[in-house]
Design a protein around this ligand. Structure first.
Ligand SMILES: [Mn+2]
Length: 355
């Protein structure tokens, strides 16, 4: 029910909208779509984020500029003077990054629009539906509950971007008939072309990114009779390819595309530890697996940050897979001879420091 959040927004004059660190298409699309709607209602709206948009979403700034928060006096005053502060696409206050202290301290009403499970309890009103495909879908609901006629080309573009990116281009399990109906309505109300949005987001890779992909594909390893796979990225690989880690966005879908693989983990080594991205197909949940390592997320997409060396992290995370993934019955030899094992089992043993 968008009513509570909608009425709080309608009552506000000055609104700040923010979202999580390293904002993605759903975060920025939802933020901008909501901001454009509120501005059309005559409200003062500021969009402040901890991190700048990724390169492939830079074009969204043509719809409405999102500021990167630097803690300046003016920005702090905007947060302080707001009637309402809206968090989109994250229920965890800490996930808004360097804005978190100013947001907590502000006397503004705090509103949440999100589809992630297990939010904290810091908000005054919320629109939270974990079965929603995206926060963009929920922003659509808020706008439609007031006046769907206000959806113009810019709002439709922002919300289409949010929904498309968070559904993996309309293929994840969260892609319901309702999602397609909403998208149909966005296409009707806004004069938008899906193809050009898709090209702007996905077909803007640099050669360095594809070189990195080649290196990453080489690291793909399957385990547990091919049911689980992982790959990794090291700083050396980034240097060799001349790429930055942002260019690895979406690489996790390659091991997941293997036949028979149910769940995958992509490990990104950085100076302070390892970022692990978990993905799965269908009914296989990976959020508990990620939570076991201090992270969290959705059933089919989750993440964790682990402050350990890469080898140790791979061993611990992949070794824990059977606790969270149904890897089916299999015979485990008591004292396996590596020369007689399938390559994936030999890799498993060596990842575990076995013979
Ligand atoms: Mn989302």
């Amino acid at each position: 029910m968008p009513d509570q959040v909608l009425s709080a927004l309608l009552a506000a004059e000055r609104v700040v909208i923010t979202t999580h660190v390293r904002p993605d298409g759903d975060a920025l699309g939802s933020q901008i779509g909501l901001a454009l709607f509120l501005r059309r209602l005559g409200k003062q709206v500021a969009m402040l984020n901890s991190d700048p948009p990724p390169r492939n979403l830079d074009w969204l700034m043509d719809l409405a500029e999102v500021e990167t928060y630097d803690g300046s006096l003016i920005q702090r005053q905007v947060i302080e003077a707001a009637d309402a502060i809206v968090l989109v696409d994250t229920g965890v206050l800490e996930r808004v990054g360097n804005l978190a202290p100013a947001v907590s301290a502000s006397p503004a009403r705090k509103l949440l629009i999100d589809h992630h499970p297990m939010p904290e309890d810091w908000y005054d009103a919320r629109l939270l539906r974990t079965e929603a495909s995206s926060t963009g879908e929920l922003v659509f609901d808020v706008i439609s509950a007031h006046d769907a006629g206000m959806i113009d080309t810019a709002i439709a573009t922002a919300l289409y971007t949010a929904i498309m990116t968070d559904t993996g281009s309309f293929r994840y399990g969260s892609t319901t008939p309702r999602v397609h109906r909403i998208v149909a309505e966005l296409l009707e109300r806004g004069d938008i072309r899906p193809e050009s949005i898709h090209v702007a987001i996905y077909d803007m890779r640099q050669l360095s990114g594809l070189r990195l992909l080649g290196l990453v594909l080489d690291t793909i390893t399957t385990l547990y009779d091919g049911r689980v796979a992982y790959a990794h990225i090291t700083p050396d690989m980034l240097r060799l390819a001349g790429a930055n880690s942002e260019e690895a966005e979406g690489f996790v879908s390659y091991p997941l595309s293997l036949e028979g693989v149910q769940a995958v983990v992509m490990f990104l080594e950085i100076s302070t530890g390892v970022k692990a991205s978990f993905r799965s197909k269908g009914d296989v949940p990976v959020n508990d697996w990620a939570r076991h390592f201090g992270g969290g997320g959705h059933r089919n997409a989750a993440g964790a940050f682990i402050r350990q060396p890469l080898k140790r992290v791979i061993k611990d995370v992949m070794g824990a897979a059977p606790q969270f993934i149904d890897i089916g019955p299999r015979e485990v030899p008591l004292d396996p001879d590596p020369s007689r094992l399938a390559p994936e089992d030999a890799a498993l043993l060596s990842a575990f420091g076995g013979k």
